[in-house]
Design a protein around this ligand. Structure first.
Ligand code: FMN
Length: 231
Protein backbone atom coordinates (compact mmCIF):
# COMPACT_ATOMS: atom_id res chain seq x y z
CA UNK A 1 0.00 0.00 0.00
CA UNK A 2 1.20 3.55 -0.71
CA UNK A 3 0.66 6.01 2.11
CA UNK A 4 1.04 9.79 1.85
CA UNK A 5 1.39 11.81 5.02
CA UNK A 6 0.86 15.56 5.22
CA UNK A 7 2.15 16.84 8.55
CA UNK A 8 1.00 20.35 9.42
CA UNK A 9 3.99 21.38 11.52
CA UNK A 10 7.74 20.97 11.32
CA UNK A 11 8.13 20.93 15.12
CA UNK A 12 9.17 17.51 16.42
CA UNK A 13 6.57 17.75 19.18
CA UNK A 14 3.17 16.26 19.93
CA UNK A 15 1.97 16.11 16.31
CA UNK A 16 5.21 14.40 15.29
CA UNK A 17 4.83 11.78 18.04
CA UNK A 18 1.20 11.06 17.13
CA UNK A 19 2.25 10.59 13.51
CA UNK A 20 5.06 8.24 14.49
CA UNK A 21 2.73 6.15 16.67
CA UNK A 22 0.20 5.87 13.85
CA UNK A 23 2.80 4.96 11.23
CA UNK A 24 4.79 2.50 13.38
CA UNK A 25 2.55 -0.53 12.67
CA UNK A 26 2.43 0.39 8.95
CA UNK A 27 6.09 1.15 8.22
CA UNK A 28 7.35 -2.40 7.65
CA UNK A 29 4.78 -3.36 5.02
CA UNK A 30 3.93 -0.14 3.23
CA UNK A 31 5.61 2.65 1.28
CA UNK A 32 5.27 5.95 3.09
CA UNK A 33 5.88 9.38 1.57
CA UNK A 34 5.87 12.28 4.00
CA UNK A 35 5.45 16.00 3.38
CA UNK A 36 6.07 18.44 6.20
CA UNK A 37 4.46 21.87 6.12
CA UNK A 38 5.37 24.64 5.68
CA UNK A 39 8.84 23.32 4.62
CA UNK A 40 7.53 21.28 1.67
CA UNK A 41 4.88 23.81 0.72
CA UNK A 42 5.90 27.35 1.66
CA UNK A 43 3.35 29.29 -0.44
CA UNK A 44 -0.05 30.91 -0.28
CA UNK A 45 -2.42 30.86 -3.24
CA UNK A 46 -1.89 34.16 -5.07
CA UNK A 47 -5.41 34.10 -6.54
CA UNK A 48 -4.40 34.07 -10.21
CA UNK A 49 -7.01 31.35 -11.00
CA UNK A 50 -4.74 29.83 -13.67
CA UNK A 51 -5.42 26.37 -12.22
CA UNK A 52 -9.16 26.79 -12.74
CA UNK A 53 -9.02 28.46 -16.15
CA UNK A 54 -6.08 26.62 -17.76
CA UNK A 55 -4.42 23.86 -15.77
CA UNK A 56 -2.85 23.19 -12.38
CA UNK A 57 0.38 22.58 -14.34
CA UNK A 58 0.68 26.38 -14.81
CA UNK A 59 0.25 27.31 -11.14
CA UNK A 60 3.15 29.59 -10.11
CA UNK A 61 3.76 27.08 -7.29
CA UNK A 62 3.49 23.96 -9.48
CA UNK A 63 7.03 22.90 -8.53
CA UNK A 64 5.63 22.39 -5.01
CA UNK A 65 2.00 21.45 -5.66
CA UNK A 66 2.55 18.80 -8.37
CA UNK A 67 4.84 16.44 -6.38
CA UNK A 68 2.35 16.49 -3.49
CA UNK A 69 -0.71 16.10 -5.72
CA UNK A 70 0.90 13.29 -7.75
CA UNK A 71 1.91 11.47 -4.56
CA UNK A 72 -1.69 11.82 -3.29
CA UNK A 73 -3.02 10.36 -6.55
CA UNK A 74 -0.68 7.37 -6.28
CA UNK A 75 -1.56 6.73 -2.63
CA UNK A 76 -4.10 4.29 -1.22
CA UNK A 77 -4.20 6.03 2.14
CA UNK A 78 -3.93 9.77 2.83
CA UNK A 79 -2.94 10.82 6.34
CA UNK A 80 -3.28 14.43 7.51
CA UNK A 81 -1.79 15.08 10.94
CA UNK A 82 -1.69 18.55 12.47
CA UNK A 83 -2.24 20.61 15.61
CA UNK A 84 -5.31 22.78 16.16
CA UNK A 85 -4.40 26.44 15.74
CA UNK A 86 -6.95 28.97 17.04
CA UNK A 87 -9.71 26.37 16.74
CA UNK A 88 -8.95 25.58 13.09
CA UNK A 89 -6.39 23.87 10.87
CA UNK A 90 -2.97 25.61 10.72
CA UNK A 91 -2.69 28.16 7.90
CA UNK A 92 -0.05 26.07 6.11
CA UNK A 93 -2.50 23.17 5.80
CA UNK A 94 -5.23 25.45 4.51
CA UNK A 95 -2.75 27.10 2.09
CA UNK A 96 -1.93 23.71 0.58
CA UNK A 97 -5.59 22.74 0.26
CA UNK A 98 -6.45 26.09 -1.38
CA UNK A 99 -4.13 25.02 -4.21
CA UNK A 100 -6.17 21.85 -4.72
CA UNK A 101 -9.50 23.63 -5.17
CA UNK A 102 -9.26 22.96 -8.92
CA UNK A 103 -9.59 19.23 -8.12
CA UNK A 104 -12.92 19.63 -6.34
CA UNK A 105 -15.87 17.97 -8.05
CA UNK A 106 -17.25 21.39 -9.01
CA UNK A 107 -14.13 21.71 -11.19
CA UNK A 108 -11.92 18.79 -12.28
CA UNK A 109 -12.03 15.81 -9.93
CA UNK A 110 -9.60 12.94 -10.45
CA UNK A 111 -11.39 9.58 -10.44
CA UNK A 112 -8.54 8.00 -8.48
CA UNK A 113 -9.66 10.00 -5.44
CA UNK A 114 -12.99 8.12 -5.34
CA UNK A 115 -11.32 4.95 -4.06
CA UNK A 116 -8.95 6.23 -1.41
CA UNK A 117 -9.10 6.17 2.35
CA UNK A 118 -8.08 9.16 4.46
CA UNK A 119 -7.27 9.61 8.13
CA UNK A 120 -7.21 13.00 9.89
CA UNK A 121 -5.27 13.09 13.16
CA UNK A 122 -5.38 16.27 15.21
CA UNK A 123 -4.52 17.42 18.71
CA UNK A 124 -5.07 20.50 20.82
CA UNK A 125 -4.42 21.46 24.42
CA UNK A 126 -8.08 21.15 25.23
CA UNK A 127 -10.16 22.88 22.58
CA UNK A 128 -12.60 20.87 20.46
CA UNK A 129 -10.88 19.46 17.34
CA UNK A 130 -13.98 19.33 15.15
CA UNK A 131 -13.62 22.61 13.26
CA UNK A 132 -9.93 21.97 12.51
CA UNK A 133 -10.76 18.50 11.23
CA UNK A 134 -13.61 19.83 9.12
CA UNK A 135 -11.22 22.18 7.25
CA UNK A 136 -9.46 19.14 5.77
CA UNK A 137 -12.43 16.75 5.68
CA UNK A 138 -14.47 19.23 3.61
CA UNK A 139 -11.69 19.53 1.03
CA UNK A 140 -11.20 15.77 0.82
CA UNK A 141 -14.93 15.14 0.48
CA UNK A 142 -15.22 17.63 -2.39
CA UNK A 143 -12.20 15.99 -4.05
CA UNK A 144 -14.22 12.77 -3.97
CA UNK A 145 -12.72 10.89 -1.03
CA UNK A 146 -15.46 8.71 0.45
CA UNK A 147 -13.77 7.15 3.46
CA UNK A 148 -12.56 9.83 5.92
CA UNK A 149 -11.80 8.86 9.51
CA UNK A 150 -11.07 11.56 12.11
CA UNK A 151 -9.34 11.17 15.46
CA UNK A 152 -8.64 14.08 17.80
CA UNK A 153 -6.63 14.19 21.02
CA UNK A 154 -6.77 16.59 23.96
CA UNK A 155 -3.32 16.97 25.53
CA UNK A 156 -4.87 18.62 28.62
CA UNK A 157 -1.59 18.75 30.57
CA UNK A 158 0.45 21.12 28.37
CA UNK A 159 1.90 21.59 24.90
CA UNK A 160 5.38 20.08 25.31
CA UNK A 161 5.47 16.34 24.61
CA UNK A 162 8.14 15.48 27.18
CA UNK A 163 6.21 17.31 29.89
CA UNK A 164 3.04 15.22 29.45
CA UNK A 165 2.56 12.45 31.99
CA UNK A 166 3.58 8.91 31.00
CA UNK A 167 -0.07 7.86 31.39
CA UNK A 168 -1.23 10.53 28.93
CA UNK A 169 1.48 9.68 26.37
CA UNK A 170 0.66 5.98 26.63
CA UNK A 171 -3.04 6.64 26.12
CA UNK A 172 -2.28 8.73 23.00
CA UNK A 173 0.00 5.98 21.66
CA UNK A 174 -2.62 3.27 22.30
CA UNK A 175 -5.40 5.22 20.57
CA UNK A 176 -3.24 6.10 17.54
CA UNK A 177 -2.07 2.50 17.14
CA UNK A 178 -5.54 1.03 17.63
CA UNK A 179 -6.65 3.19 14.72
CA UNK A 180 -3.58 2.28 12.63
CA UNK A 181 -4.43 -1.42 13.08
CA UNK A 182 -7.49 -0.79 10.88
CA UNK A 183 -5.24 0.35 8.02
CA UNK A 184 -2.61 -2.39 7.89
CA UNK A 185 -4.24 -4.05 4.87
CA UNK A 186 -5.43 -2.48 1.62
CA UNK A 187 -9.20 -2.26 1.34
CA UNK A 188 -11.38 -1.72 -1.71
CA UNK A 189 -13.34 1.48 -1.19
CA UNK A 190 -16.41 2.32 -3.24
CA UNK A 191 -18.00 5.73 -3.69
CA UNK A 192 -20.19 6.61 -0.72
CA UNK A 193 -23.75 7.85 -1.10
CA UNK A 194 -22.56 11.37 -0.20
CA UNK A 195 -19.81 11.32 -2.86
CA UNK A 196 -22.27 10.01 -5.45
CA UNK A 197 -24.74 12.77 -4.58
CA UNK A 198 -22.09 15.52 -4.82
CA UNK A 199 -20.82 14.07 -8.09
CA UNK A 200 -24.35 13.94 -9.57
CA UNK A 201 -25.01 17.53 -8.51
CA UNK A 202 -21.72 18.71 -10.06
CA UNK A 203 -22.42 16.77 -13.23
CA UNK A 204 -25.75 18.57 -13.58
CA UNK A 205 -24.01 21.93 -13.07
CA UNK A 206 -21.35 21.13 -15.67
CA UNK A 207 -24.04 20.05 -18.14
CA UNK A 208 -25.82 23.40 -17.78
CA UNK A 209 -22.65 25.49 -18.18
CA UNK A 210 -21.49 23.44 -21.19
CA UNK A 211 -24.67 24.38 -23.11
CA UNK A 212 -23.59 28.03 -23.12
CA UNK A 213 -19.98 27.42 -24.18
CA UNK A 214 -18.75 27.56 -27.80
CA UNK A 215 -15.51 25.91 -26.70
CA UNK A 216 -15.68 23.80 -23.54
CA UNK A 217 -13.96 25.31 -20.52
CA UNK A 218 -11.00 23.43 -19.00
CA UNK A 219 -13.38 22.05 -16.36
CA UNK A 220 -15.99 20.85 -18.83
CA UNK A 221 -13.37 19.44 -21.23
CA UNK A 222 -12.09 17.38 -18.28
CA UNK A 223 -15.60 15.99 -17.69
CA UNK A 224 -15.92 15.20 -21.42
CA UNK A 225 -12.47 13.54 -21.52
CA UNK A 226 -13.46 11.35 -18.57
CA UNK A 227 -16.66 10.28 -20.34
CA UNK A 228 -18.82 11.89 -17.64
CA UNK A 229 -20.34 14.47 -20.03
CA UNK A 230 -21.17 14.50 -23.75
CA UNK A 231 -20.32 17.48 -25.95
C1 FMN B 1 -0.48 29.32 17.03
C2 FMN B 1 -1.06 28.27 17.91
C3 FMN B 1 -2.42 28.26 18.14
C4 FMN B 1 -3.00 27.30 18.97
N1 FMN B 1 -4.34 27.33 19.18
C5 FMN B 1 -4.89 26.42 20.04
C6 FMN B 1 -6.30 26.46 20.30
O1 FMN B 1 -7.05 27.29 19.80
N2 FMN B 1 -6.80 25.57 21.19
C7 FMN B 1 -6.00 24.61 21.79
O2 FMN B 1 -6.52 23.82 22.59
N3 FMN B 1 -4.67 24.53 21.51
C8 FMN B 1 -4.10 25.41 20.66
N4 FMN B 1 -2.75 25.36 20.38
C9 FMN B 1 -1.97 24.20 20.85
C10 FMN B 1 -1.78 23.18 19.71
O3 FMN B 1 -3.03 22.69 19.28
C11 FMN B 1 -0.90 21.99 20.10
O4 FMN B 1 -1.48 21.29 21.16
C12 FMN B 1 0.51 22.40 20.49
O5 FMN B 1 1.05 23.28 19.51
C13 FMN B 1 1.43 21.21 20.65
O6 FMN B 1 1.58 20.51 19.45
P1 FMN B 1 2.99 20.44 18.64
O7 FMN B 1 4.01 19.96 19.65
O8 FMN B 1 2.77 19.46 17.54
O9 FMN B 1 3.30 21.83 18.19
C14 FMN B 1 -2.17 26.30 19.58
C15 FMN B 1 -0.79 26.32 19.32
C16 FMN B 1 -0.24 27.28 18.51
C17 FMN B 1 1.26 27.26 18.24
Amino acid sequence: MQIVVIQGTGVRGCTHHIKEFFLEPLRAQHTITEFILPKDFPHFCCGCKTCFIKSEQFCPHAAYTMPIWNAMLEADLLVFVYPVYVLGAPGQVKALLDHFGCHWMVHRPDKRMFHKRAVILTQSVGAPNGAAQRDVATSLAWMGVSHIKKLGFGLMEGVIWDELSQKRRQSIQDKAQRLAARYTQPKAVGMSLKTRALFAMCKALHKITLKNEKTPSADNQHWIDNGWLKK
